[in-house]
Design a protein around this ligand. Structure first.
Ligand code: IMP
Length: 432
């Protein structure tokens, strides 16, 4: 029985939503382990488009349990809006969703204090402005309010009021207007709606593992946005890399059997921060248009660039990828040449390791190689051998240079526009 982690190998938006949704039919439980409603997982089922921000993509398969693990930060208002949106589309959310009593709660005062840094051009990192970072700050600062505390009718008010007063003092010191009125009654009402779904999800996982159930752990954002391993400080505030799956759920490392990385056939990033293989020219614009590269949560145009081999080698090391899923191959259809970043130079010298300092990250000069493009479309192809020879050559090149097997390729947004490579390690791990 394999419990697997599926996570982003780049800066997020790799197409994890579709992949998790597709694979979820092979699992009993699908769980998120970090982040909040800053994620945007887009899934198409037939004509219907779903954008999931907080709830695991597995919710779209009936009969599967979807879990919001303890590593997340939950905005109850956003959670209820997402539940209602899914229920209107016929999804049995309340029957399938479980929420950790140890997850932390986002309050309006978190968004209020986020403005202190994000309103300042020198300090801004281009966050999603959802209060994610300040909520994690409170968690690590040991003053956060967890779901169990939100449901504690006798003590919630005191917890909340103390915290709110502190945040108001901070906001006032920075000249930020208070925007956190009317919270207590509203949150108490939502807490009652959440109560039937809340439980000790670590205990739920332990019982499921004992019963031989299969669990898929769904990463949000991507490894290069991980608070430790990403392009710090231009990162999110949680542990998106595979290690976060254990702390964010309570599932021990000994019960995880594989890690699958999701990467686009090119690369994108939203928000500020270093981006070595970014293409600011016409070809970057071509990718943005062909790939519809606009943020699913914020609508911001994504920065676009070419597949980055050193970055992927690094994220493969940090996560221990068993196999890679390459998405959006069809977006590159029609290009004469496809550039690939195959090395990094800093101050004219090739570097082997991912630099850590902000200034070194900003000074990376990419080394590009160019591969022949393909004129025949790959869109919708589901047999590796039917891909144009150049597209196969491109994928083989990525596999060779990154040192990680490509076990799955996606050639369109629909569930059925995907191939699992025959005889791959991925096929074995999925039990396909
Ligand atoms: P935060 O997560 O809102 O604090 O934003 C921190 C950084 O992570 C910003 O650069 C965001 O654009 C980026 N980010 C957060 N969530 C996502 C995501 O789901 N996809 C891509 N980028 C994200």
């Amino acid at each position: 029985m394999s419990n697997l982690i599926v996570l982003g190998a780049q800066w997020g938006d790799e197409g994890k939503g579709k992949i998790v949704d597709l694979f979820s039919e092979r699992f009993d439980i699908i769980a998120r382990y970090q982040g909040g409603h800053n994620a945007g997982h887009t899934v198409y089922v037939g004509e219907q488009k779903y954008v999931l921000k907080l709830i695991p993509s597995g919710i779209l398969r009936s009969g599967r349990v979807a879990v919001i693990g303890n590593g997340l930060v939950i905005d109850p208002v956003a959670l209820m809006a997402e539940i209602e949106m899914l229920e209107e589309l016929g999804v049995d959310v309340r029957g399938q969703l479980k929420i950790s009593n140890r997850a932390h709660v986002i309050f309006p005062f978190h968004r209020m204090v986020e403005r202190i840094s994000e309103d300042s051009p020198e300090k801004a990192i281009g966050t999603t402005s959802r209060g994610i970072g300040p909520a994690y700050e409170d968690k690590i600062g040991r003053r956060g309010i967890r779901v169990a505390d939100l449901l504690d009718r006798d003590n919630f008010k005191a917890h909340y009021t103390g915290n709110q007063q502190d945040k108001r003092k901070i906001a006032a010191a920075f000249g930020i207007p208070a925007t956190d009125d009317d919270v207590l009654a509203k949150y108490a009402e939502i807490a009652e709606k959440m109560r039937p779904m809340v439980c000790d999800t670590a205990a739920l996982f332990a019982a499921a593992i004992r019963a031989g159930k299969r669990i898929m752990l769904e990463g949000a954002q991507g490894t290069m946005l991980d608070v430790d391993h990403g392009t710090y400080p231009y990162v999110t505030s949680s542990s998106a890399a595979s290690g976060g799956a254990c702390t964010g759920t309570g599932i021990p490392p000994t019960k995880i059997h594989g890690v699958l990385g999701v990467s686009k056939a090119y690369i994108t990033r939203v928000g500020g921060g270093p981006f070595p293989s970014e293409d600011l020219g016409e070809r970057g614009e071509f990718i943005r248009k062909a790939g519809n590269e606009y943020g699913s949560v914020t609508g911001r145009p994504r920065r676009c660039g070419w597949f980055d081999v050193p970055l992927l080698r690094y994220t493969a090391d940090v996560n221990g990828f068993d196999s890679l899923i390459i998405t959006k191959l069809d977006v590159l259809d029609g290009l004469d040449q496809v550039p690939v970043c195959t090395g990094y130079k800093i101050d004219g010298k090739l570097v082997e390791e991912m630099p850590a300092s902000q200034s070194a990250l900003a000074r990376i000069e990419p080394v590009f190689e160019s591969l022949p493009g393909w004129s025949k479309p790959t869109a919708g192809i589901t047999d590796f051998n039917k891909l144009p020879a150049e597209a196969r050559g491109y994928l083989r090149f990525l596999e060779e240079r990154t040192g990680v097997e490509i076990g799955c390729v996606s050639t369109g947004p629909e569930r059925n526009q995907t191939m699992v490579v025959k005889g791959s390690r991925m096929e074995k791990l999925l039990g396909a």
